[in-house]
Write a protein that binds this ligand. Sequence first.
Ligand code: GAL
Length: 642
Amino acid sequence: MLGVCYYPEHWPESWWADDAKRMFEMGIRFVRIGEFAWSRMEPSRGFYDFEWLDRAIEVLGKAGLKVVLGTPTATPPKWLMDEHPDIAPVDERGQPRGFGSRRHYSFSSETYHKESSRIVEVLAKRYGNHPALAGWQTDNEYGCHLTVLSWGAEDLKAFQNWLRKTYQTTDQLNEAWGNVFWSMEVSNFDQISLPHLTVTETNPAARLDFWRFQSGQVAAYDKMQCDIIRKHSPGRWVTHNFMGFFNEFDHWKLGENLDFASHDSYPLGFAEQFPFSEQDHIKWAETSHPDIAPFHHDLYRGVGRGRFWVMEQQPGPVNWAPWNPVPKPGMVRLWTWEALAHGAEVVSYFRWRQAPFAQEQMHAGLNMAGLSDLSAGGTEAAAVGTELKKIGKLPKFEQAPVAIVYDYEASWITRIQPQGQDFRYHELVFRWYEAVRSLGLNVDFVPPGHSLKNYDLVLVPSLPHISDQALRAFEKAKGVVFYGPRTGSKTRHFAIPDGLAPGPLRGLLNMRVTQIASLRPGLNDTVSGKVSGTASRWREHVETSEQILARFANKEAALIASGQHHYLACWPDADLLHDIMQVLCRKAKLKTVKLPEHIRLRTCGNLTFAFNYGTKSWKVPKGAKLVLGSAAVKPQNVAAWT
Ligand code: GAL
């Protein structure tokens, strides 16, 4: 159940056997290698050098470890970039992005497709049936460093072709995009330019299609790699390591290529980057917020259709956030147990040993920089290894009672047209997740259109564009459904729907949104009725003949109900949101517990886990039969009971 990311090419060969032995001894069974090593695999065109990799895999395999082989395409080597400079992605200002870090390729580069398929095929043929090989990781963190959208000549050509296929005629495209506005009409697909470098904002419909197109390019590029691997490596799985709080492409779609999903879990780095208040940043700086890591475990379990790995687990301070504190003692162990409790099949630490050189020299590993001495995080990982031997396999994952409908397009739409600058989709979803998890409930994430029949409570924090499939799933839902602001507010082509928002949802909720106010910080409204609290950031004016559960200060509808369907016409602050969740859980007949902000639970078969992110101990319920930890769960500690 434990793994590690290892770079044999970074260390003298004489160290490999000892590294492998020490990995095995601490309970590690999987090693991911190779994902950045193209310059060593093929130092110049057509001159392959795999002998070092053969030996590395041999050494690891002999020590009892299974290898996860990464395709090296996140780092095209210098000779290739010199031969084909047009592989490089182009930023939004039209500047090509240079060589000397990583991810310097555009997903639309035909040359890069060819070169990638060549190196992937060579690798898959050579190692595809190796007894030490467990499976594959395609590339590394697609889109990292903002590389999904590229604005070059080849991107333009491919986009024009995509539009030709999608719309067939420019009349249809002009109509769909509303190009009559500002004389934007075109009469030929070659006249279309990428939506950038204009005097003022570009057409949102064009921008949304460009995003859809680029997201599709990422999935197609990945599929090319998966197909080659499957052909030459039958019976081995393929995964990809997705990033946290990263919505640049549709992970649901790409996930369809994979046997399961993986994600890279950096709880402290993510907490630093999250738009918390200053006070909350300080509170969670050294532990992370208790919902950040689990949010991603639950999301990627969904993307992986029930299966996921943590491919990279933070082992100590990282190097890339604005501030990079050391995790409080106990947190590396806690995060590991928490991932396993949320269904991770393997938790693999990044990385085995801190590199004393190059860009990531300030990033911790399980061993200190350039040494074979365990770091603080390494010692905790070893402790989990020992505990796991005692506990054995955890019970199988089960469906949660609560589903959150998560939509990548919702993120694109609200970024293309924020309307209020603090309307952040990922923040909204995170807050809804937090509110329901603070009631002790397990949560699944599902894509729009996924069956909702077996969920007691369905949360839709915001879904601006409701597809026919998504609508059908809402119509067939059996539990309580709760929609948030902006749901149903756009058509597929980024227009306001006929008859106003919530568009197609009006068949389920007789209401319409007549005005929308975005509210600057400090400008709030109050909500009162069956629930009460504050609305901030976003407030809709609604006409409805449905039941009104709570009203704004001027008596207009804030929370609306029609049978099991509920609509909230604002961005709720924590007090209001928690109140609503309690009322809806009661209506859905869910058993809840009110947890302190630093405690989270996760049930996993007959086991319940508690995780303490705070500074005060917490008592497990009376009668609990402990299998891990003690009845008073200390800060940064874990308990599990039946
Ligand atoms: C990940 C990446 C790794 C490494 C790590 C550092 O985003 O996949 O290669 O850079 O971050 O935290």
